[in-house]
Design a binder for this molecule. Structure first.
Ligand SMILES: C[S@@+](CC[C@H](N)C(=O)[O-])C[C@H]1O[C@@H](n2cnc3c(N)ncnc32)[C@H](O)[C@@H]1O
Length: 479
């Protein structure tokens, strides 16, 4: 029902109740972190992904189907709902963002209440507190209405449990996790929220100094002695609290799930190196690289989508990553061009777009969107990216290929393709999590024995998200 191209831009969920009104404005991950609120004088933030869920859940309350609005300052889809006797309008707009027409938007909003990224309500008084000194906000604080909405949204998150794996997906996961007890553990954990991992940004603060600061308000632990920058917040946090703290705003830490940090631990970029990050946005791994490289050397951070470039750039700026050049290009085309016209890279990260099977715990969307055709499509695209990426690598250079999916078509099959067609060697990786070896066979495809060196991260092994990491060394130049 909701076209993702439309969701690509601004999303507005508006509630009108006599003189009160609250609004959710879909924007970017960053939006909720408080940054865009201040920068654009916006009121309530929710990202696109969450917006899809809000829309999905609100369906039950639907009074009127979405329709296209041709006129007025807002062009997009429009719908009406009733929640607890309160009339709610949803508007999905795609013009305002394109025109950057914030003024028009602001004139439309009256007395809004803020809501955070996760789709849960945060009374505006809290956000005001966080943004104090940054900008004065005069927001409605009607507690009764906030409670009603909180109640609705809380029920909404309970309903998330109705999402289950699609039968074919479940069957595939059962094949991968052949021990029934193991599969049951997987099935259970995918409905549990992830732990709150952050990564200290060494470019701005030392882990010790950050620990001292954060421990004043939260219980923070450093689970790995070899990686003091990796921290877990063990306190109960309010929705959006990690992303809207002052320390986050200052770029002292990056909210990043542990599995996502593994690619850079495997790549191990060093100060002074030339590194290519082909699919870089939102920049979790680019900023992690920059920190490891102590801002020395050069990272070319590329992404294909314009809205993702904006997020990437804002995150790199917040983290003080200064050794990065951002490019917007299709990864394959970029590599084909760089291979013939640029220096070869010491290191390359191919953190490929994928079907996201490993992200079920943080993104219930994956339950709904999983589709075998998408898995195959990504597998083909990833092989093309791999082939062009290897052409940009120096002899002796390292390429890390990672995905956040368990699908062998997008994991082992892509690495196997590289091993069979290019002069590359697969390396053993030492990571601080339990890794299972790459599988040897999937469907009709039998993989090379070295594929066992790939690393499969399952959520039930590490109380993490699911991930896949592999590390290749180029043995001879590819012409
Ligand atoms: C898994 S995400 C990357 C996450 C990122 N490495 C990080 O750690 O923050 C994949 C990214 O690939 C980008 N992408 C999709 N198709 C692409 C293409 N053809 N060329 C380059 N990037 C692409 C998407 O926009 C998305 O940002």
């Amino acid at each position: 029902m909701l076209d993702s191209r439309i969701l690509n831009a601004l999303t507005i969920l508006a509630r009108k109740l006599k003189k009160y009104k609250w609004v959710l404005i879909g924007s970017t991950n960053l939006a909720v972190q408080g940054v865009d609120v201040a920068a654009h004088d916006l009121d309530i933030m929710i990202d696109r992904t969450n917006m899809e869920f809000v829309a999905q859940d609100l369906k039950e309350y639907e009074k009127k189907e979405f329709e296209f609005m041709e006129k007025g300052p807002f062009k997009g889809y429009y719908s009406e709902y009733e929640i607890d006797g309160v009339k709610v309008e949803i508007m999905v707009d795609f013009e305002i963002l394109q025109n950057n027409n914030w003024e028009k938007l602001n004139t439309r909003l009256e007395e809004p209440i803020m809501v955070n990224l996760r789709g849960l309500l945060v009374p505006c008084s809290r956000i005001e507190e966080q943004l104090r000194g940054y900008k004065h906000l005069n927001r409605d604080k009607d507690q009764e209405k906030i409670a009603k909405l909180e109640n609705f949204l809380a029920n909404r998150s309970e309903k998330k449990h109705k999402y289950e794996m699609k039968p074919l997906f479940e069957q595939r996961m059962q094949t991968l996790l052949s021990d029934p007890a193991d599969f049951e553990k997987f099935k259970k954990i995918i409905h549990m929220p992830t732990r709150n991992f952050i990564r200290c940004n060494n470019l701005k603060i030392t882990p010790d100094a950050l620990m001292e600061r954060l421990n004043k308000k939260w219980k923070v632990v450093q689970p790995f002695s070899d990686y003091p920058e990796i921290m877990i917040i063990e306190s109960n946090l309010d929705p959006g609290e990690l992303g809207s703290s002052l320390e986050h705003l200052l770029g002292y830490y990056y909210v990043q799930e542990i599995s996502s940090m593994l690619s850079i631990l495997a790549l191990d970029p060093k100060p002074g190196e030339l590194v290519l990050d082909i699919c870089a946005s939102p920049g979790s791994k680019t900023s992690q690289m920059a920190a490891r490289m102590e801002n020395q050397g050069t990272i070319i951070a590329n992404d294909f989508k314009m809205d993702r470039i904006a997020i990437l750039s804002a995150n790199l700026e917040r983290c003080g990553a200064m050794n990065t050049i951002i490019t917007r290009n299709d990864g394959v085309q970029l590599c084909e061009r760089l291979a013939t016209s640029f220096k070869k890279f010491d290191k390359i990260l191919l953190d490929a777009p994928c079907s996201g099977e490993g992200t079920l715990r943080s993104s219930v969307k994956t339950f709904l969107m999983w589709n075998p055709k998408v898995v195959k499509k990504f597998g083909r695209q990833q092989k093309k990216m791999m082939a062009s990426a290897l052409k940009c690598l120096k002899v002796g250079g390292t390429l890390v290929y990672s995905t956040c999916t368990h699908a062998p078509e997008e994991d082992e099959s892509v690495v196997n393709f590289a091993l069979r067609n290019f002069p590359v060697k697969l390396e053993t990786i030492a990571l601080p999590l339990k890794c299972r070896p790459g599988i040897s066979k999937w469907g009709d495809e039998t993989f090379l024995p070295e594929i066992g060196k790939c690393c499969r991260i399952y959520p039930q092994d590490n109380d993490s998200e699911g991930f896949f990491v592999s590390k290749l060394t180029l043995l001879e130049e590819i012409k």
